[in-house]
Write a protein that binds this ligand. Structure first.
Ligand code: ADP
Length: 397
């Protein structure tokens, strides 16, 4: 038995989950938010209680210390060296990392070299890693990449039709994201399919950021997010794929800078931009039910784009055995799943048990009927357990 910690550091946050391995039992979890502020927020689970504190946290180093002190104070651990390994989520692994990789000088340098491709994220991951290294200098750490699972894609699935020079010089290609979630869901889905050979899954990770992947026997064949998480399907606040000249035209007409438009495409578009209602799909859904035409259009666009990707991936895989819905919206919003399912059911011979669809909220459930040509499942995702598994591997070997 060993305790390992899954860590997810953002530019001003540190999320953590402590596991007892190999049982995969969650011992505690929590978050430090607003790092760098006088009024940072620290939350930690102690048994069934969630404790919350507002305090000054000057940097990630201090945040790590606060987490460790709290775990000792609340008798979650007696000594910080009970933590035998840490696993760190890293958003961008570029073309270098096909799997989780132990942190060493080379790993660190490569993550650092990829900062231009994910400026906010990779920088923050390294700051977080350094903070842990200071407190636990001899504890092994592993980097778990959001992009690694997608590295099995063929060039025809990841290259963009741009000048070769740009592709090579600036490493411009599709990397995808949410890979840890897609990997987890493909493992669960393949297990549910049992002995069948040639398992073809279409996995819809629909959270506030959202992506779809096509997998064959557990390997990623195609994924919707692109160079950055702006690409692919329409999301809560992101556009997803568009004619690239939309950028040019808005820039020309509005006089705004590309940087400004890039931020708008990331943070003020998608469901939010089209509906003008909210960046939370629940609000958009409620407004659509109240007859708001903009909210209705937003959801029609949203579901049309997802349905189109599912159709595209059906062709890419030469068929499909299972469609999986997951993440915040995919797990909890039957009415939004229904919008998508109604757009694909005829062409793909998908037959849904609508009662089951309505019941499936935050639980694993098959929502298709036994006669459906493609099985449809709701499966809650678990990225942290994948990080914990890879951290545990470090000390098991
Ligand atoms: P992320 O990790 O990308 O922040 P999540 O996977 O937590 O995203 O998903 C958050 C999204 O899930 C939010 O837009 C939220 O509105 C949506 N969501 C959660 N529950 C429901 C629900 N019952 N109905 C509709 N949307 C929901």
């Amino acid at each position: 038995m060993a305790k390992v910690m899954a860590v997810n550091c953002g530019s001003s946050s540190l999320k953590f989950k402590l596991y007892e391995m190999p049982e995969e039992k969650v011992i505690t979890s929590g978050i430090v938010e607003r790092i760098g502020h006088e009024d940072a927020i620290f939350q930690i689970k102690v048994g069934d209680n969630k404790l919350k504190e507002i305090l000054s946290v000057k940097d990630h180093g201090e945040a790590v210390q606060i987490v460790m002190d709290a775990m000792i104070k609340h008798h979650i651990i007696n000594d910080i060296h009970e933590i035998k390994a840490t696993g760190h989520r890293v958003v961008q692994g570029g073309p270098y990392f096909k799997e989780s990789t132990p942190f060493n000088e080379d790993t660190y340098k490569k993550i650092e070299s990829l900062i231009p491709l994910a400026p906010l994220h990779n920088q923050a991951h390294l700051v977080g890693y350094n903070a842990f290294k200071k407190v636990l200098p001899n504890t092994p750490a592993v980097a778990v990449f959001d992009t690694a699972f997608h590295q099995t894609m063929a060039p025809e699935d990841y290259a963009y039709p741009i000048k070769k020079e740009y592709a090579e010089k600036y490493m411009i290609r599709r990397y995808g994201a949410h890979g840890t979630s897609h990997k987890y869901l493909s493992e669960v889905g393949d297990k549910l399919l049992g002995d069948k050979e040639n398992k073809r899954l279409i996995i819809c990770h629909l959270g506030s950021g959202a992506s779809i992947s096509a997998t064959k026997d557990g390997k990623c064949v195609a994924t919707s997010m692109g160079l950055t998480p702006l690409g692919g399907i329409m999301m809560n606040t992101r556009t997803g794929d568009m004619d690239p000249s939309v950028y040019y035209q808005i820039q020309k007409m509005s006089g705004k800078s590309y940087e400004e438009i890039f931020q708008e495409f990331n943070k003020q578009s998608g469901l939010f931009g089209v509906s003008g209602v909210s960046n939370d799909s629940r609000d958009v859904s409620n407004e659509a039910n109240n007859g708001n035409e903009d909210a209705k259009l937003a959801l029609d666009l949203w579901s049309r784009r997802i349905a189109d990707f599912i159709g595209q991936y059906y062709v890419r895989l030469g068929g499909c055995d299972m469609i999986i819905f997951s993440a915040g919206i995919g797990e909890n919003a039957p009415e939004l799943r229904a919008l998508v399912l109604n757009k694909i059911k005829e062409a793909l011979n998908v037959d849904i048990d609508w009662n089951k669809n309505n019941e499936a909220r935050g639980i694993e459930e098959e929502i298709s009927t036994p006669t459906s040509k493609i099985k449809v499942y709701v499966i809650p995702t678990d990225e942290e357990v994948m990080i914990a598994r890879d951290a545990y591997k470090l000390i098991k070997e």
